[in-house]
Design a protein around this ligand. Structure first.
Ligand SMILES: Nc1nc2c(c(=O)[nH]1)N[C@H]1C(S)=C(S)[C@@H](COP(=O)(O)OP(=O)(O)OC[C@H]3O[C@@H](n4cnc5c(=O)[nH]c(N)nc54)[C@H](O)[C@@H]3O)O[C@H]1N2
Ligand SMILES: Nc1nc2c(c(=O)[nH]1)N[C@H]1C(S)=C(S)[C@@H](COP(=O)(O)OP(=O)(O)OC[C@H]3O[C@@H](n4cnc5c(=O)[nH]c(N)nc54)[C@H](O)[C@@H]3O)O[C@H]1N2
Ligand code: SF4
Ligand SMILES: [Mo]
Length: 891
């Protein structure tokens, strides 16, 4: 029978700032299928592993489906009335600055616009900040200092048209996989050189032509050295500098003072001078150069200076705004850019206007008809949560972000959420943050909501719904407008849908804008519903008279008062908190390939969890010896702010005295394995962006005596274990458990944990010495429902077969039942091993088999078993596996 054709809906991926187009549809069996949109100019049909798995994230498990007040289900009317009343009362008693919103780049532009309008225009405070403070604030500040406005001048084609691409503090292969693949494809044709500046040898660095493993926080020195070198090599574009910029002489003096020679730069950055020279000469000789940067640059106490040090080099050479040239800040979240356009940051106004200009304030006030508009900047994220903790902020509304996990000094943030009088959280699922909500509001998620997002190249695309709103969930824009109405501002929030909000946003961008502000999307001020529905992706600006430009600044005109770009003189500062004898390791935190932030969506997908199933602390071999740690050992990590525990992975990617912990694991997935509680709240003085890439820590081995693994269909909440983590697998979950108690006590604890819930028939076995315990529960159909294995540390048998039984749910044969407690299949079945290629579900063992069968390159592996042929982010890992397998074979 032929399947009925279900229309595909054209939408956009809700993960990274690449902003790939997605075609999604609900299949006849009710599941969601996705593929890349061949017509979207960001990805031309490709998707990375996370995008490919989007269809597996739309299930309703864990979703918040009804409003809750004090943990009890409530009606929308009651919940909205309460939120409006508490915000109104608090403002009435303590003034507008006693309330705050903390919002997110997960929101659509329309949601963001109304949240910002409500707080800044009508409540009259600028206490609305966003998780973009942790993400893009330094780029925003750097752009404004250099260009007068927050502008990313380039477009993705520049990745393909450059001859040199410098990736600074950006693990592009994992974090912006599709533009990275576009870059690699172009490199195969034109031989683009790739230089990676990152203290870690990341997957990106593995494929680069040159990896500069700089010491953390020394980027200003490196780029000051480059500027000085460019001047020495006479590649300054004198006419561009003279005609289109100001401030070079002072910036050069600062650079020369910092970096008198290549040797001094090398020494200060922890590099060898040959590598530094190579980089400088390459940059000097290559006109078509772009420097791409993200969190290794932004998330720093000198983040804004790093940004300007980079931009200075591009201004000095006039390499900006032309094909294959420019400084390119790649944004993190799907709508980080849209948030900047509506002014979601506490120090911005709306439509790229700012509190520094009285004229801007008057313009927005007039446009909104909002005499009560805020007139000064509000609290930035770190200060905002401090204020919530000490009672200055008494009512706080969090939308679409999980600060209990993702803020630095997260322990203090949790304490603040507990202390704050009134906390509202709008989210789609239950998180570590929703635990603190006095009022919890169910928001519409990806696939349900409708609106626009802007990606890293300023391209506005639609997100369109293809699923019904589940339960009582409502889109964020509607929730905000309903509260605004109840607060008495109905006249300004009477939008009947996202298109109406978008029209107003577009109209504001062009209002009293005679070209002073490049952000102008006036062309859309009058879009009809039909035009909004059919909106095709477009890069702004698109002004009312139809003027548009893909690249900006190519004409040498900048949105400053005199039209010139500005060189900012910057000096390398010492790191804010240096390592010392008590905390000798610099802890760096960031992302893994297949997880998205606090794992609220990617953590549900077995194939996305398989590449890195547990939170691991990566350390260098030298430190492993020094601290007596080996792979799989448990370590505690303590910073001046908090403590975490994670198993150790000894990694050749780490420099000595440095460690890396992923940012992803929340309390939903592990006990105290998060990076947030360790991270420092110290922030860049200009941008307010906290230093999430360096904090001094002490690492201590924990003497683990026993280890257990529970493989189960049940979603459980382990308590009382020194360390646990949860992995989502097909059919259920795996709980890794371990402890410092004796093995027999470990068995007792683990059994209690399992018994507390179990109902099925149980088979059990304990060895004579009482050190090893095995149990398996059989359901009514005779299939395995659960298995528990406990052994002394390091002695757990393989669990692959048991995990496959959980997924299959097939009744066990007699032989299988007998074999259950041994954990070994009666008929040996090869395990595919840890997943390497998550797009095609290909494991490490399958790759090893292909190598044994004669595959010698990543390309050959791809032809043999498809691994690495879709998004390609696993190619560096495949190459390593080939090398290792061949080495072993040679030994
Ligand atoms: N898979 C995946 N992709 C994502 C996300 C995700 O959660 N998962 N999140 C998205 C978001 S919101 C963002 S902001 C982006 C972030 O994308 P990236 O910025 O690429 O990611 P990070 O891993 O945070 O950090 C990048 C690199 O900075 C390096 N670094 C640390 N300190 C320094 C330093 O002092 N100097 C230099 N030069 N480098 C340093 C780190 O070692 C790290 O490899 O990713 C987006 N894409
Ligand atoms: N240690 C460390 N910490 C970091 C970083 C780091 O590198 N290291 N990086 C920082 C950066 S760059 C970022 S961007 C942040 C990200 O940190 P968070 O913003 O806290 O991360 P997410 O897990 O993306 O949280 C988004 C939340 O929004 C919910 N959500 C999704 N869609 C919607 C929607 O449409 N409406 C509503 N109301 N809710 C929705 C999700 O369920 C989820 O709970 O983390 C920062 N924290
Ligand atoms: S690169 Fe991957 S995560 Fe980023 S937008 Fe594209 S599909 Fe989504
Ligand atoms: Mo981000």
């Amino acid at each position: 029978m032929q399947e009925p054709a279900v229309a595909e809906v054209r939408t956009t991926c809700p993960y990274c700032g690449v902003g790939c187009g997605v075609l999604a549809r609900v299949t006849p069996d009710g599941s969601v299928s996705v593929r890349g949109d061949p017509e979207h100019p960001a990805n031309f049909g490709k998707l990375c592993s996370k995008g490919m798995a989007l269809g597996e994230t739309t299930g309703l498990e864990g979703r918040v489906l009804a409003p809750e007040i004090g943990g009890r289900e409530a009606s929308w009317d009651d919940a909205l009335d309460l939120v409006a009343r508490r915000f109104t009362d608090t403002v009435g008693r303590y003034g507008p600055d006693s309330v705050a919103f903390y919002v997110s780049g997960q929101l659509l532009t329309e949601d963001y616009y109304v949240a910002n309008k409500l707080m800044k225009g009508f409540i009259g405070s600028a206490n609305i900040d966003t998780n973009s403070r942790l993400c893009m604030a330094s780029s925003v500040a750097g752009h404004r200092r250099a260009f007068g406005e927050d502008i990313v001048p380039g477009i993705y084609e520049d990745f393909e048209q450059a001859d040199l691409v410098v990736l600074a503090g950006s693990n592009t292969a994992w974090c912006h996989p599709i533009i990275y693949q576009r870059l690699l494809a172009a490199r195969r044709k034109r031989g683009t050189k790739i230089v990676v500046v990152d203290p870690r040898r990341t997957a990106t660095a593995e494929e680069g032509d040159l990896h500069l493993a700089i010491d953390p926080g020394t980027d200003v020195l490196l780029f000051n050295g480059l500027l000085a070198h460019l001047a020495r090599s006479n590649v300054i574009d004198e006419s561009f500098v003279a005609g289109r910029t100001s401030g070079l002489a002072i910036a050069l003096d600062a650079a020369a003072a910092d970096a008198p020679s290549i040797e001094s730069v090398a020494e200060g950055c922890g590099l060898n001078s040959g590598d530094v020279r190579l980089f400088y000469e390459l940059f000097a000789a290559t006109e078509r150069s772009i420097t791409v940067y993200s969190q290794g640059v932004n998330q720093s106490v000198h983040g804004t200076d790093k940004v300007n040090a980079i931009i200075n080099c591009h201004l000095a050479t006039g390499r900006i705004g032309r094909p294959g040239m420019g400084a390119f800040s790649v944004t993190g979240q799907p709508n980080a850019m849209g948030g900047r356009e509506v002014g979601g940051l506490a120090n911005q106004l709306a439509a790229h206007m700012s509190f520094e200009s009285t004229q801007d304030i008057e313009t927005v006030s007039r446009f909104w008809n909002a005499p009560n508009i805020a007139r000064k900047a509000g609290l930035k994220a770190v200060d905002l949560f401090r204020a919530a903790g000490d009672g200055r902020v008494k009512a706080l509304w969090i939308m679409g972000t999980n600060p209990a996990v993702s803020m630095p000094d997260a322990g203090r943030v949790r304490a603040a959420l507990k202390a704050c009088d009134f906390v509202v959280v709008s989210d789609i699922i239950r998180t570590d943050t929703t635990r603190f909500a006095d009022v919890l509001l169910p928001a519409a998620g990806w696939g349900e909501k409708s609106g626009t997002v802007t990606n890293s190249e300023r391209r506005i695309s639609r997100q369109r719904p293809f699923l019904p709103l589940p339960g009582a969930a409502r889109p964020d824009w509607k929730i905000v407008c309903d509260v605004a109405r109840r607060m008495g501002y109905g006249h300004a929030f009477s939008f009947d849908g996202p298109a109406a909000i978008f029209r107003e946003h577009a109209a504001l961008s062009t209002y009293e804008n005679a070209g002073e502000r490049l952000f102008d999307i006036g062309a859309f001020a009058g879009v009809t519903e039909a035009e909004y529905d059919g909106f095709t992706p477009v890069c702004w600006p698109v002004s009312r008279d139809g003027a548009s430009a893909d690249r900006l600044f190519g004409d040498g005109c900048f949105p400053t008062a005199d039209g010139r770009a500005f060189f900012v003189a910057v000096r390398q500062q010492s790191v804010a908190q240096a390592v010392d004898a008590t905390r000798p390791i610099s802890l760096n935190t960031g992302r893994l390939r297949d997880q998205w932030h606090t794992m609220t969506r990617t953590g549900r997908v077995p194939r996305l969890m398989s590449n890195a199933p547990e939170p691991l602390l990566e350390i260098a071999a030298e430190d492993a010896i020094r601290y007596e740690l080996a792979d799989g050992d448990l370590a505690s990590v303590s910073s001046p702010y908090g403590l975490a525990r994670a198993k150790v992975k000894v990694s050749s990617s780490q420099k000595p005295s440095s460690a890396f912990l992923p940012m992803h694991w929340s309390g939903q997935f592990a006990a105290n394995a998060g990076a947030g509680p360790l991270a420092t709240p110290l922030a860049d003085a200009v941008s307010g962006q906290p230093e999430l890439k360096h904090v001094p820590v002490k690492i201590v081995r924990e003497e683990v005596a026993w280890q257990g693994v529970l493989i189960t269909r049940r979603y459980l909440r382990p308590t009382g274990f020194v360390h646990w983590s949860r992995q989502t697998v097909s059919g259920g979950w795996i709980y890794e458990l371990c402890g410092t108690e004796t093995p027999d006590q470990g068995i007792l604890l683990s059994r209690q944990f399992m018994e507390a819930y179990r109902r099925e028939e149980l088979l059990e076995y304990t060895d004579r010495r009482g050190l090893n315990y095995r149990a398996a529960a059989i359901d009514d159909d005779g299939a395995m429902a659960e298995a528990l294995l406990v052994s002394p540390q390091g002695q757990l048998p393989s669990r692959d077969w048991l995990v496959s039984l959980l997924g299959s749910r097939v009744p066990l044969s007699g032989a299988e039942r007998m074999a259950l407690l041994s954990g070994r299949s009666p008929v040996p079945t090869p395990s595919i091993g840890r997943i390497v290629c998550s797009c095609f579900n290909i494991g490490v063992n399958q790759i090893a088999v292909s190598v044994a069968a004669g595959c010698r390159s990543v390309g050959e592996i791809g032809e043999h078993i498809r691994a690495g042929t879709n998004c390609g982010s696993c190619r560096a890992e495949i190459r390593k596996i080939i090398d290792e397998a061949r080495l072993q074979a040679a030994e």
